[in-house]
Design a protein around this ligand. Structure first.
Ligand code: NAG
Ligand code: NAG
Length: 407
């Protein structure tokens, strides 16, 4: 299964890293072995390409190494002179340039992808997926093949070109079509035109043509892909087209956490408070974190901690993350010889929320012994509210060797 993701420089906010995180997170180990994600950086600015590639490599190193994730970019000569485009369909020049480039980007990505697998799925850089989406798509494709359906497109999302699956052997025809008409129409119109050209008779009516098209363009419901929400809790407004078939998204993840006394300097919005979030009933939504704000978990009694995971932001409010926020622990007994940074009030810094994914995940070194308090400390003023959609503190359980078993 080859997943193609074109990405471009964004003026405002890029969702590429959370998109990749979500794509990978929602794959099982077997699905990972069976898939390739190709990120196509559709820019010619070398510095930008390098920066973007390094960012991806840094965050997803293990997946680059296993071959799950690939990054490609075009040579600067790939694109035509943008000032010499024909103004077609009566569109303004900016729009003509945008859709022309998109045709060429898709063509490049598909050309690169065709030799890489059996099925190809077109995606975008600001989407969310459903868990197990790879297997769902594969099973749907196999089912059509078993039923001897001669399909061209399997469609897993109602929006534009997102979630359209092709057989890799068909891609070269699609590429040829896009390259022929790249200056004439938007890519989703070309796709429709191509299917029409392949299956409709010239001497039959529109209704008959639709019937023929529906026979080779099959829709799967409910949708497996959705656009990331783009409305903000503060400035509001911007709302991308949403696929109604996608259904409700998980806005928080629940865990059973050790018993603790909770406190925070952050005011919570409505009933999205810390206690309910800690118990896994909902997410925590705090108003405008400022430098010095904190969220603390005082364990009663102190516990040894094996690992922790804090996830900020959620699919509806992906930008409401904790920025410049550290995860810190206060051990009951100060460990000797510790290299981790220590605050003036005796806490050790064991984690940091990543700007890109909004996650802080880590382990507490074994020699720390029991921890009395774990806190999240905000170290810089934020202009946004912040959501904690997952709180997971895993106590260290001493495993006792099973009696009577040979090792
Ligand atoms: C959180 O911040 C408040 C106000 O600055 C402070 O009084 C309190 O001690 C802090 N709590 C922790 C656990 O650091
Ligand atoms: C984090 O803090 C640094 C230094 O104080 C600042 O430059 C940066 O803009 C902050 N990041 C965010 C996302 O607020």
């Amino acid at each position: 299964m080859v997943l193609g993701i074109p990405t471009v420089k964004r003026e405002v906010q890029s969702y590429l890293m959370s998109t990749l995180q979500n794509l990978i997170e929602n794959m099982s180990p077997a699905e990972k072995k069976d898939s390739i994600i190709i990120v196509f950086i559709a820019e010619t600015d070398k510095d930008f390409i390098t920066r973007q590639a390094v960012e991806i490599e840094t965050h997803f190193q293990e997946h680059i190494e296993t071959g799950l994730l690939e990054i490609v970019a075009p040579s600067a000569n790939f694109y035509p002179d943008w000032t010499k485009l024909q103004q077609t369909l009566g569109d303004p020049p900016e729009r003509v340039k945008w859709r022309t480039k998109q045709n060429l980007d898709f063509a490049f990505l598909m050309m690169y992808a065709q030799a890489k697998g059996t099925f190809y799925v077109q995606l975008e850089d600001d989407i969310l997926t459903k868990p197990g989406y790879v297997t769902t798509m594969k099973n749907f494709a196999y089912k059509q093949i078993t039923n001897k359906k001669d399909w061209l497109i399997l469609d897993f999302c109602q929006l534009g070109f997102i979630g359209k699956m092709f057989k890799c052997v068909d891609l070269s025809k699609l590429v040829a079509f896009f390259v022929m008409f790249y200056n004439d129409k938007p890519v989703d119109w070309l796709l429709d035109n191509m299917v029409q050209t392949k299956v409709c008779r010239f001497d039959k009516d529109v209704k008959e043509c639709k019937k023929q098209k529906d026979a080779v363009w099959l829709h799967y419901k409910p949708s497996l892909f959705q656009h990331v929400g783009t409305h903000s809790s503060l400035k509001g407004k911007v709302q991308k087209l949403k696929d109604k078939q996608f259904g409700k998204l998980a806005l928080h993840y629940a865990h059973k956490n050790p018993s603790a006394e909770l406190s925070t300097t952050l005011r919570s919005y409505k009933t999205y408070n810390l206690l309910r979030a800690y118990k896994g009933e909902t997410f925590f939504w705090g108003l405008l974190p400022q430098r010095g704000d904190n969220i603390s978990f005082k364990f009663m009694p102190p516990i040894k901690i094996e690992k922790f995971l804090f996830r900020s932001g959620n699919p509806e409010h992906p930008d409401d993350k904790f920025f410049n926020t550290t995860v810190e622990v206060l051990p009951v007994n100060d460990p000797s010889k510790q290299l981790l940074p220590k605050t003036r009030d005796g806490y050790y810094v064991v984690g940091l929320f990543k700007d890109t994914t909004g996650i802080s995940e880590g382990v507490v070194p074994a020699d720390f012994g029991p921890i009395s308090t774990l806190r999240l400390l905000v170290r810089g003023d934020s202009e946004r509210w912040a959501i904690l959609s997952e709180i997971f503190i895993k106590p260290l359980v001493m495993s006792s060797p099973k009696p009577g078993k040979e090792r």
